[in-house]
Design a protein around this ligand. Structure first.
Ligand code: G1P
Length: 244
Protein backbone atom coordinates (compact mmCIF):
# COMPACT_ATOMS: atom_id res chain seq x y z
CA UNK A 1 0.00 0.00 0.00
CA UNK A 2 3.09 2.24 -0.16
CA UNK A 3 2.01 5.25 -2.23
CA UNK A 4 3.74 6.35 -5.40
CA UNK A 5 2.45 9.79 -6.30
CA UNK A 6 -1.23 9.69 -5.40
CA UNK A 7 -1.90 5.93 -5.58
CA UNK A 8 -0.74 2.89 -3.65
CA UNK A 9 1.91 0.94 -5.57
CA UNK A 10 -0.31 -2.16 -5.81
CA UNK A 11 -2.81 -0.14 -7.83
CA UNK A 12 -0.25 0.49 -10.60
CA UNK A 13 0.30 -3.26 -10.76
CA UNK A 14 -3.44 -4.01 -10.93
CA UNK A 15 -3.89 -1.29 -13.58
CA UNK A 16 -1.06 -2.85 -15.61
CA UNK A 17 -2.84 -6.21 -15.52
CA UNK A 18 -6.23 -4.72 -16.45
CA UNK A 19 -4.68 -2.66 -19.29
CA UNK A 20 -3.21 -5.91 -20.62
CA UNK A 21 -6.66 -7.46 -20.99
CA UNK A 22 -6.50 -9.78 -17.96
CA UNK A 23 -9.69 -9.66 -15.90
CA UNK A 24 -9.13 -12.39 -13.34
CA UNK A 25 -6.65 -11.43 -10.64
CA UNK A 26 -5.47 -13.36 -7.62
CA UNK A 27 -3.54 -11.39 -5.03
CA UNK A 28 -1.43 -13.40 -2.61
CA UNK A 29 -1.45 -11.47 0.62
CA UNK A 30 -0.18 -12.13 4.10
CA UNK A 31 -0.67 -11.08 7.68
CA UNK A 32 -1.19 -7.33 8.11
CA UNK A 33 -2.15 -6.76 4.47
CA UNK A 34 -5.93 -6.49 4.80
CA UNK A 35 -5.72 -2.86 3.66
CA UNK A 36 -5.19 -4.16 0.10
CA UNK A 37 -8.56 -5.91 0.11
CA UNK A 38 -10.27 -2.83 1.51
CA UNK A 39 -8.63 -0.62 -1.09
CA UNK A 40 -10.04 -2.63 -4.00
CA UNK A 41 -13.47 -2.97 -2.41
CA UNK A 42 -16.39 -0.53 -2.36
CA UNK A 43 -16.11 2.02 0.41
CA UNK A 44 -19.81 2.48 1.09
CA UNK A 45 -19.46 5.33 3.60
CA UNK A 46 -17.03 7.29 1.43
CA UNK A 47 -19.17 6.74 -1.68
CA UNK A 48 -22.25 8.05 0.19
CA UNK A 49 -20.40 11.12 1.43
CA UNK A 50 -19.03 11.95 -2.02
CA UNK A 51 -22.46 11.39 -3.62
CA UNK A 52 -24.13 13.65 -1.05
CA UNK A 53 -21.54 16.37 -1.67
CA UNK A 54 -21.93 16.03 -5.44
CA UNK A 55 -18.22 15.27 -5.88
CA UNK A 56 -18.82 13.27 -9.05
CA UNK A 57 -15.23 12.95 -10.27
CA UNK A 58 -13.92 11.61 -6.97
CA UNK A 59 -16.90 9.29 -6.69
CA UNK A 60 -16.27 7.87 -10.15
CA UNK A 61 -12.59 7.40 -9.33
CA UNK A 62 -13.14 5.37 -6.18
CA UNK A 63 -15.97 3.33 -7.74
CA UNK A 64 -13.65 2.58 -10.64
CA UNK A 65 -11.05 1.11 -8.28
CA UNK A 66 -13.64 -1.32 -6.91
CA UNK A 67 -14.88 -2.31 -10.34
CA UNK A 68 -11.54 -2.64 -12.08
CA UNK A 69 -11.41 -6.42 -12.23
CA UNK A 70 -12.51 -9.56 -10.50
CA UNK A 71 -9.95 -9.76 -7.69
CA UNK A 72 -9.51 -12.80 -5.46
CA UNK A 73 -7.26 -13.16 -2.45
CA UNK A 74 -5.31 -15.95 -0.83
CA UNK A 75 -3.30 -15.46 2.31
CA UNK A 76 0.20 -16.90 2.44
CA UNK A 77 0.20 -18.06 6.04
CA UNK A 78 3.95 -18.17 6.47
CA UNK A 79 6.57 -16.06 4.66
CA UNK A 80 8.35 -19.07 3.16
CA UNK A 81 9.52 -17.41 -0.03
CA UNK A 82 8.25 -16.42 -3.46
CA UNK A 83 8.03 -20.01 -4.70
CA UNK A 84 5.83 -20.88 -1.74
CA UNK A 85 3.59 -17.85 -2.41
CA UNK A 86 3.18 -18.78 -6.09
CA UNK A 87 2.38 -22.39 -5.14
CA UNK A 88 -0.62 -21.08 -3.20
CA UNK A 89 -2.16 -20.06 -6.56
CA UNK A 90 -2.17 -23.57 -8.05
CA UNK A 91 -5.87 -24.33 -7.49
CA UNK A 92 -6.82 -20.95 -8.90
CA UNK A 93 -4.80 -21.13 -12.13
CA UNK A 94 -5.20 -24.91 -12.58
CA UNK A 95 -3.71 -26.13 -15.85
CA UNK A 96 -3.57 -22.68 -17.44
CA UNK A 97 -0.51 -20.60 -18.21
CA UNK A 98 -0.62 -17.47 -16.05
CA UNK A 99 0.99 -14.08 -15.52
CA UNK A 100 2.88 -13.32 -12.32
CA UNK A 101 3.59 -9.76 -11.21
CA UNK A 102 5.55 -8.90 -8.08
CA UNK A 103 4.06 -5.98 -6.20
CA UNK A 104 7.39 -4.40 -5.35
CA UNK A 105 8.32 -3.84 -8.99
CA UNK A 106 6.50 -1.02 -10.74
CA UNK A 107 7.09 -0.49 -14.46
CA UNK A 108 6.19 2.66 -16.39
CA UNK A 109 6.06 1.81 -20.09
CA UNK A 110 4.17 2.61 -23.30
CA UNK A 111 2.83 -0.95 -23.61
CA UNK A 112 2.01 -2.49 -20.20
CA UNK A 113 4.97 -4.62 -19.14
CA UNK A 114 3.02 -7.85 -18.70
CA UNK A 115 1.37 -7.34 -22.13
CA UNK A 116 4.86 -7.25 -23.65
CA UNK A 117 5.53 -10.66 -22.07
CA UNK A 118 2.15 -11.99 -23.25
CA UNK A 119 3.16 -11.10 -26.83
CA UNK A 120 6.40 -13.04 -26.44
CA UNK A 121 4.50 -16.00 -24.99
CA UNK A 122 2.13 -15.96 -27.99
CA UNK A 123 5.19 -16.21 -30.26
CA UNK A 124 7.21 -18.89 -28.40
CA UNK A 125 4.64 -20.74 -26.24
CA UNK A 126 7.16 -21.00 -23.41
CA UNK A 127 7.62 -19.53 -19.95
CA UNK A 128 8.76 -15.89 -20.25
CA UNK A 129 10.73 -13.80 -17.77
CA UNK A 130 11.27 -10.05 -18.07
CA UNK A 131 14.88 -8.91 -17.72
CA UNK A 132 16.88 -5.71 -17.71
CA UNK A 133 20.59 -5.17 -18.11
CA UNK A 134 22.08 -4.01 -14.83
CA UNK A 135 25.54 -2.97 -13.68
CA UNK A 136 27.49 -5.84 -12.07
CA UNK A 137 27.30 -4.38 -8.57
CA UNK A 138 23.49 -4.62 -8.57
CA UNK A 139 23.12 -8.18 -9.84
CA UNK A 140 23.47 -9.87 -6.45
CA UNK A 141 20.00 -8.51 -5.54
CA UNK A 142 18.16 -10.35 -8.32
CA UNK A 143 17.68 -13.49 -10.33
CA UNK A 144 20.19 -13.46 -13.23
CA UNK A 145 19.62 -15.43 -16.44
CA UNK A 146 22.05 -17.54 -18.44
CA UNK A 147 21.55 -17.27 -22.18
CA UNK A 148 21.66 -20.11 -24.68
CA UNK A 149 21.02 -18.01 -27.79
CA UNK A 150 19.57 -14.74 -29.00
CA UNK A 151 16.18 -15.30 -30.63
CA UNK A 152 15.32 -11.82 -31.85
CA UNK A 153 16.53 -8.21 -31.75
CA UNK A 154 13.22 -6.42 -31.51
CA UNK A 155 12.45 -6.75 -28.69
CA UNK A 156 15.71 -8.39 -27.51
CA UNK A 157 14.62 -11.95 -26.74
CA UNK A 158 16.77 -14.88 -25.59
CA UNK A 159 16.42 -18.59 -25.16
CA UNK A 160 17.65 -19.54 -21.69
CA UNK A 161 19.76 -22.38 -20.39
CA UNK A 162 19.58 -21.43 -16.71
CA UNK A 163 18.83 -18.85 -14.03
CA UNK A 164 20.60 -18.15 -10.75
CA UNK A 165 19.06 -16.46 -7.70
CA UNK A 166 21.09 -13.59 -6.25
CA UNK A 167 24.51 -14.73 -7.49
CA UNK A 168 27.64 -14.04 -5.48
CA UNK A 169 29.80 -11.28 -6.99
CA UNK A 170 31.93 -12.85 -9.72
CA UNK A 171 29.56 -15.77 -10.22
CA UNK A 172 26.91 -14.04 -12.33
CA UNK A 173 26.05 -15.96 -15.51
CA UNK A 174 25.50 -12.64 -17.35
CA UNK A 175 24.18 -9.16 -16.69
CA UNK A 176 20.47 -9.61 -17.44
CA UNK A 177 18.55 -9.41 -14.17
CA UNK A 178 14.98 -10.62 -13.68
CA UNK A 179 12.38 -8.03 -12.78
CA UNK A 180 9.09 -9.05 -11.27
CA UNK A 181 7.14 -9.96 -14.42
CA UNK A 182 6.71 -13.56 -15.56
CA UNK A 183 4.46 -15.70 -17.75
CA UNK A 184 4.56 -19.17 -16.22
CA UNK A 185 3.36 -22.47 -17.65
CA UNK A 186 1.53 -24.73 -15.16
CA UNK A 187 4.59 -27.05 -15.05
CA UNK A 188 6.05 -24.52 -12.63
CA UNK A 189 3.97 -26.04 -9.81
CA UNK A 190 5.58 -29.47 -10.18
CA UNK A 191 8.99 -27.83 -10.06
CA UNK A 192 8.11 -25.71 -7.03
CA UNK A 193 6.90 -28.84 -5.24
CA UNK A 194 10.33 -30.40 -5.89
CA UNK A 195 12.29 -27.31 -4.79
CA UNK A 196 13.92 -27.68 -1.38
CA UNK A 197 14.01 -24.62 0.91
CA UNK A 198 17.23 -22.59 0.69
CA UNK A 199 19.52 -21.89 3.66
CA UNK A 200 17.06 -19.22 4.90
CA UNK A 201 14.19 -21.70 4.78
CA UNK A 202 12.63 -20.06 1.71
CA UNK A 203 11.40 -21.79 -1.42
CA UNK A 204 12.80 -19.78 -4.30
CA UNK A 205 10.76 -19.42 -7.48
CA UNK A 206 14.04 -18.97 -9.36
CA UNK A 207 15.19 -22.49 -8.43
CA UNK A 208 11.93 -23.92 -9.77
CA UNK A 209 12.25 -21.85 -12.98
CA UNK A 210 15.80 -23.20 -13.42
CA UNK A 211 14.42 -26.77 -13.34
CA UNK A 212 11.61 -25.79 -15.71
CA UNK A 213 14.13 -24.27 -18.16
CA UNK A 214 16.02 -27.57 -18.23
CA UNK A 215 12.83 -29.53 -18.87
CA UNK A 216 10.71 -27.44 -21.25
CA UNK A 217 12.75 -24.28 -21.92
CA UNK A 218 12.00 -20.62 -21.30
CA UNK A 219 12.73 -17.25 -22.85
CA UNK A 220 13.75 -13.87 -21.47
CA UNK A 221 12.77 -10.53 -22.95
CA UNK A 222 14.28 -7.10 -22.35
CA UNK A 223 11.13 -5.07 -21.98
CA UNK A 224 10.59 -1.45 -22.98
CA UNK A 225 9.92 0.86 -20.04
CA UNK A 226 11.43 2.02 -16.79
CA UNK A 227 11.31 -0.34 -13.84
CA UNK A 228 11.44 0.80 -10.23
CA UNK A 229 12.27 -1.64 -7.46
CA UNK A 230 10.17 -0.03 -4.77
CA UNK A 231 11.33 -2.68 -2.31
CA UNK A 232 14.36 -0.40 -1.86
CA UNK A 233 14.15 3.16 -0.45
CA UNK A 234 16.06 4.58 -3.44
CA UNK A 235 13.81 2.79 -5.96
CA UNK A 236 10.74 4.12 -4.20
CA UNK A 237 12.13 7.69 -4.16
CA UNK A 238 13.03 7.46 -7.87
CA UNK A 239 9.53 6.22 -8.78
CA UNK A 240 8.02 9.18 -6.93
CA UNK A 241 10.27 11.70 -8.65
CA UNK A 242 9.45 10.14 -12.05
CA UNK A 243 5.78 11.01 -11.47
CA UNK A 244 6.46 14.56 -10.33
C1 G1P B 1 12.52 -11.64 -6.30
C2 G1P B 1 13.08 -12.82 -7.09
C3 G1P B 1 14.26 -12.38 -7.93
C4 G1P B 1 13.83 -11.23 -8.83
C5 G1P B 1 13.24 -10.10 -7.98
C6 G1P B 1 12.69 -9.00 -8.86
O1 G1P B 1 13.48 -11.25 -5.35
O2 G1P B 1 13.45 -13.84 -6.18
O3 G1P B 1 14.72 -13.46 -8.71
O4 G1P B 1 14.94 -10.77 -9.59
O5 G1P B 1 12.19 -10.56 -7.15
O6 G1P B 1 12.33 -7.90 -8.10
P1 G1P B 1 13.07 -10.37 -4.05
O7 G1P B 1 12.73 -9.01 -4.57
O8 G1P B 1 11.91 -11.06 -3.44
O9 G1P B 1 14.30 -10.36 -3.18
Amino acid sequence: MLPIGTKPAIQYVVEEVVASGIDDILIITGRGKRAIEDHFDHSVELEQILAARGEKEKLAEIKNIAEMASIHYIRQREPLGLGHAVYAARHHTGDKTFALLLGDDVVFSKTPAIKQLMEIYARHKKTVVAVERLPREKLHNYGVVEIKKRLSDSPPTYELCGIVEKPEPGEEPGDLAVLGRYILTPAIYTHISKTPPDQRGEIQLTHAIDMLIKEEGAVAVEIEGKRYDIGTPEGWREANSFLR
